[in-house]
Design a protein around this ligand. Sequence first.
Ligand code: ADP
Ligand code: NI
Length: 220
Amino acid sequence: MTSLSSELLIDKTITFVKKELKNAEGGHDWFHIERVYKNAMHILKTEEANHLVVALGALLHDIADSKFHDGDETIGPKKATEFLISENVSSTTIQHIVQIIKNISFKGGNTTQKFHSKELDIVQDADRLDALGAIGIARTFNYGGFKNRTIYNPEIKPNATMSPEAYKASNAPTINHFYEKLLLLKDRMNTETGKRIAAERHVFMKTFLQQFYAEWEGKK
Ligand code: ADP
Ligand code: NI
């Protein structure tokens, strides 16, 4: 259950996030945040966690993604902190939300996550679910188009063992991203609800790839 003041804070955060992400890339815009928020609320039904931290963490997790800010990872935490201070949120809650923003990202999957909490587990699963399935496919090709990447090149093989720096700098074809991230996510989910939905969306992506390669070969 949330108090009236929490509800008001969540509403103000939604207004703030919508404004900040007005010109965002289509896979990281307000609608991504809205889906992640809904996913997080769904996962929360079967988990014991702080509702306000999960809600604000989901709403603020991509407030200034470093990918769109020359790799600067400090802007997101800074913007979120400034906003939450202006809303008189307690410093304990602010610190927790900042840890969620700093630790949510996949970064190639070859880093050790430095912070753990049930609230981060939930927001991270909610964000990862939006990287999977039909929406995951749509977002991935949108990002590839945004970066003017090749759709597929059989000569450029995927690499799932990249360092965070190499992952960030990669210019590989968009299909490679399935092997470098999307298909790895189902085994990295934190919550039971997250695992169940991820498994279904994983199967859908495999079917998509099968069809993609069949068409690539010109199979009728
Ligand atoms: P993370 O930092 O956790 O990997 P991102 O914000 O980078 O999360 O990724 C979110 C989504 O953006 C991905 O699931 C994918 O759809 C898209 N994306 C990110 N990097 C790439 C890439 N190199 N190629 C294609 N899509 C990408
Ligand atoms: Ni996200």
